[in-house]
Design a protein around this ligand. Sequence first.
Ligand SMILES: [Zn+2]
Length: 193
Amino acid sequence: MEGRRVVELDVMAREMYCCRCNLPLHLSNTVGERLYGLASVLLIKCDNSACLATTDVHTGKRTPNGSYCINSKVAIGMTHAGMGPSHVNNFLTECNLPPISDTTLRKKEKEFSKTIHDVAMTSCREAQHQEILLSHGKIFSNNDPWVVLLQLCYGDPTTSKIATVDKNKNKLKCPKLLNFKQELTEIWNEVTG
Ligand SMILES: [Zn+2]
């Protein structure tokens, strides 16, 4: 075994026991390694001459789907630092650490981008919801989401503005407005339901 590794000491400490006879294992008895990006599985042979079993020792925590947390954390760090996979791997190589494939980094980046998007959307909806609740229902004085939309855009619209929008609302085709209308309808149903 050459080079450096990133290990989670508590995880490794728990795993350094023989899978057959339960005696403590020694790192110097490592007979092989399977690399998974920055994480690895060390194959360590038992010292006990009556056993000699080889145990798989994981160097870090895994998610429920079996992937190693360290690789996800590197992908998050990569995005925060504004780097790309090649920057990350140049850095790792200089530190004499194992590389993580570009595909893995991009895949992980895509996974948590979706999570960040979902969290942002939930937060926006929650803010919208709070605004409606704090307005003591005024924002929904008329239960038509189009009027609510007008209220959000223009503050407190006059009756004539409401009537004009009401008359022309079917002409509005903008997908963003239609989505917004759908969301308002859902919130309306939730608040009044
Ligand atoms: Zn053993």
